[in-house]
Design a protein around this ligand. Structure first.
Ligand code: SIN
Ligand code: CO
Length: 393
């Protein structure tokens, strides 16, 4: 059974008392957890093109703080001072399977809400300064020690320190201070000010970040999706137009017609559901081919898939691919990497079950699902795009 990071705390208690409400320190939440990457592997990742990484080197004065963006190289790492620097690497789960496994331990929260795993490695005294984030985060200490100062709740009106290369609160007072050691976890809801300072070297912290799309993002993305699929022939109409005393006026009737048009699309549950699954499964850093594109470099046949599974091989979800499903009229609609797969009207228990498994398990073996033609064809589609790949168990 996989470890449960909340320890003895029932999930219901966490959700009702802490989630999106207040910080929680979980001592020894993941006691036997190894860091998903060794420090040199993390540094190597930060040297790769396409991986988002930052180095924050603290000076004695604000003007001396230095922020560098990756990709880095050996020379940069060899010139680092003895202490007071932090390396931060985004979305490590997209590149390192072990990081994906750690992220998956937090799937007691709906998966579409889980964003990615950022890993920081700090020397003594290293940190990014007091700040707040707009999302929930579990900060998992995987090696070394970090002192966490927890403050009040802040929002975008909070003054930030000028001349700093990263967002840092101008005024920050710790209400609580905790020292986290390997295996300890700190949960923070959005807006809570925090300041993490490495105590000694070899301080590695994994941040399990959650996504909460902004209203602006939701509106813009949804209207883009809807707009792109509408015919240009659909237009504002006014066959009921009546003479106006001043034709310079935009009348209330006109505004009501505009509101009706907007309402028509914002109240269309079907359209919202088609868009949302696509939206939340669109990968941040896509490695697989888009599923709707023609032609792929991977040319597998059903026979390849069958023989791979029969010989004990497994299917693994691409680390960067996102899977989610919606239940609609007793069938499961699958979304993968921004693509929608509807199993049709068929009352096909096996394919509905496979969809659920695909959205839960990172790896599939021949024992995980029934090998019907429809199931194998669905998996083949994802194999061709690279959303799943073949591996040895
Ligand atoms: C860190 O890991 O150093 C920073 C994480 C955070 O404060 O969000
Ligand atoms: Co933070």
């Amino acid at each position: 059974m996989k470890p449960f990071p909340l320890g003895d705390m029932p999930l219901e208690t966490f959700l009702s008392e802490y989630w999106q409400k207040k910080p929680l320190l979980i001592r020894n939440g993941l006691p036997h957890l190894d860091s998903p990457v060794a420090p040199d592997v993390l540094a190597g990742l930060a040297c790769e093109e396409g991986v988002e990484s930052r180095l924050l080197i603290q000076g004695k004065t604000e003007q001396e703080w230095e922020l560098k963006h990756g990709p880095f190289n050996d020379e940069i790492f060899s010139q680092l001072p003895e202490s007071h620097w932090t390396l931060l690497v985004q979305a490590v789960d997209h590149w390192i399977p072990e990081a994906g496994i750690l992220l998956n331990l937090f799937d007691f929260i709906p998966r579409w809400r889980i964003d990615d795993l950022m890993i920081s490695y700090a020397s003594d005294g290293g940190g990014v300064g007091p700040h707040f984030d707009n999302y929930d985060v579990f900060l998992v200490q995987t090696s070394g020690k970090r002192k966490w100062e927890i403050g009040d709740i802040y929002d975008e009106t909070a003054p930030l320190r000028p001349d700093m290369p990263v967002s840092m609160l101008n005024k920050f007072e710790a209400i609580e201070t905790w020292i986290l050691e390997a295996g300890d976890i700190l949960y923070l809801p959005p807006g809570v000010g925090h300041n993490g300072i490495a105590e000694g070297n070899d301080c590695m912290t994994c941040s399990v970040g959650f996504r909460a799309p902004s209203h602006s993002e939701i509106l813009r993305e949804y209207t883009d999706y809807v707009g792109l699929n509408l015919s240009e022939a659909l237009r504002y109409e006014d066959p009921d137009l009546i003479a106006q005393s001043n034709t310079g006026e935009i009348t209330q009737q006109t505004l009501e017609k505009i509101q009706d048009i907007l309402r028509k699309y914002t109240e269309d549950k079907e359209l919202i559901s088609q868009w949302f699954g696509r939206f939340v499964t669109t990968p941040k850093y896509q490695q697989a081919d888009p599923l709707e594109s023609e032609g792929s470099e991977n040319t597998y046949l059903i026979e390849d898939l069958k023989s791979h599974l029969a010989s004990g091989g497994i299917l693994v979800r691409n680390e960067s691919s996102r899977f989610a499903f919606e239940v609609k009229a007793d069938k499961n609609i699958l979304f993968v990497d921004g693509y929608c797969f509807d199993p049709g009207d068929r009352d096909d228990y096996d394919i509905n079950e496979l969809i659920e498994i695909l959205c839960t398990e990172i790896e599939l073996s021949d024992e995980s699902f029934i090998q019907t033609d429809d199931n194998l064809n669905l998996l083949l589609k994802f194999l061709q795009s690279g959303a799943i790949y073949l591996a040895e168990s």
